[in-house]
Design a protein around this ligand. Structure first.
Ligand SMILES: Nc1ncnc2c1ncn2[C@@H]1O[C@H](COP(=O)(O)OP(=O)(O)OP(=O)(O)O)[C@@H](O)[C@H]1O
Ligand SMILES: [Mg+2]
Length: 403
């Protein structure tokens, strides 16, 4: 099939502009012609063209200058294919143009047929580039949902549940091993909810000593205990009309569990040392890597609280049970960390992905991300970077090459 497209023609000779415009238009293309390099630059900043056909020697600026501008200033995907025309048999400038990404050059005088063939080829290139970009964007869209990447059936299910529960104010309990993305999912739910403009307040129940956790959650009045030298607003109050994320809920002690249960039941609480009850309207999302059901059986977790939390359960499977996610995650993290490190990585080294897919990932997605980040940072143009590794996969990703 023949490709057609939009062409920006830049030549200071009126006769050539007329002749080429006629031929290219008759061939089915849209042609915009200008005599000036500066005007061309303005047009290129204004709209997209598929092909830029430019004469090298013009009075106001050379074609090469224009090509250099284009290479430096625009996003690659929005760049037209560049063809240079040169009358003065200056092969050097044609080579310089091609180094800057021009596809081909034509030496004047040339036959119209020759021009049409070269333009046709440029249009085909451009159409492939567009298709490629479209497919990449579509794939990213399909497998990434608020930053949750995963093509496996089970992750698609997690994403669907998160989407549905975001439309409600129901309490959510997210469980999964360390590094499976519990916090990521909690944030995604909040971000999709009607309360997304309200705060998401996180409390890490494992990081705060039990004695302080109560005042952290519910606040306290001035003088309510030694060291309470001023009043403090609790996290529940901060989260009013928004979301409170109770992370590592399995690490909360039994006495505090009872107080939390009351908040979930009555939607009110008293700050430490306070007489007044305070009403709160919050969505609760809790997360843990522990087996709460087993903890209930062992009398380490209040049964009532467990049922109050487990209204909508979201179970995130470990990475080793959804190995089909590894390839898309690797792509995602390479993109993320090469951008951060300002590097370009060619990950076409054979066998790397297979080894990443075979490994068991006890630290799940976090471990995979750390491995990729390390590989990206250590990647050099030369031989494999040395490393002291614990995971069998790391050695293979060290062979990612900078390109
Ligand atoms: N499906 C995913 N797609 C993209 N990134 C992910 C995914 N799952 C996890 N990550 C990334 O992995 C890292 C760990 O995720 P997160 O902190 O949400 O895990 P967690 O389950 O809360 O772990 P822990 O139990 O150790 O607190 C984060 O940087 C997160 O962005
Ligand atoms: Mg976490």
């Amino acid at each position: 099939m023949k490709a057609h497209g939009s062409i920006l023609l830049v030549d200071d000779e009126a006769k050539i502009r007329t002749l080429l415009t006629k031929a290219l238009t008759e061939d089915g293309n849209e042609v915009v012609a200008t005599e000036s390099g500066r005007e061309a630059r303005r047009l290129l900043g204004q709209r997209l063209f598929d092909v830029l056909l430019v004469d090298n020697l013009m009075p106001d600026m050379t074609g090469l200058d224009l090509i250099r501008d284009l290479a430096g200033g625009t996003i690659e995907s929005e760049r037209p294919q560049v063809l240079m025309m040169t009358a003065h048999a200056t092969v050097e400038s044609a080579i310089a143009a091609m180094k800057l990404g021009a596809l081909d050059y034509l030496q004047k005088p040339f036959e119209i047929d020759e021009l049409l063939v070269v333009v046709q080829r440029a249009l085909e290139h451009q159409s492939l580039r567009t298709q490629h970009r479209y497919l990449l964007a579509e794939r990213d869209e399909e497998f990434s949902h608020y930053g949750i990447v995963g093509r496996s059936r089970r992750m698609q299910e997690v994403i669907r549940t998160a989407d549905m529960v975001a439309q409600t104010k129901s309490t959510v309990l997210i469980t999964g091993e360390t590094g499976t993305g519990k916090e990521l999912v909690a944030r995604a739910i909040h971000a999709r909810s009607a309360e997304r403009d309200r705060p998401l307040i996180k409390v890490n129940c494992a990081a705060i000593p039990e004695t302080l956790l109560e005042s952290e959650l519910f606040g306290h009045e001035k003088g309510s205990f030694t060291g309470a030298d001023r009043q403090r607003i609790g996290r529940f109050e901060m989260a009013h009309k928004g979301t409170i994320f109770l992370d590592e809920i399995g690490d909360m002690g039994l006495p505090l569990q009872a107080k939390l249960l009351r908040v979930l039941q009555e939607r009110e609480f008293e700050p430490l040392g306070s007489e007044r009850s305070q009403r709160v309207d919050v969505r609760v999302i809790a997360a843990t890597n522990r087996d709460l059901r087993q903890m209930v059986a062992d009398n380490q977790f209040q049964e009532d609280l467990y049922y109050r939390l487990n209204v909508i359960p979201v179970v995130i499977p470990p990475l080793r049970e959804r190995r089909e996610d590894i390839a898309v995650l690797v792509d995602h993290f390479i993109k993320k960390h090469t951008q951060r490190a300002g590097k370009r990585i060619d990950n076409s080294e054979p066998g790397v992905l297979e080894r990443l897919q075979a490994y068991d990932w006890p630290g799940n997605v976090r471990e995979l991300e750390n491995t990729i980040e390390r590989a990206v940072v250590l990647a050099t143009g030369s031989a494999s970077a040395p490393s002291a590794t614990t995971s069998p996969s790391t050695a293979s990703t060290d062979r990612l090459r900078e390109s």
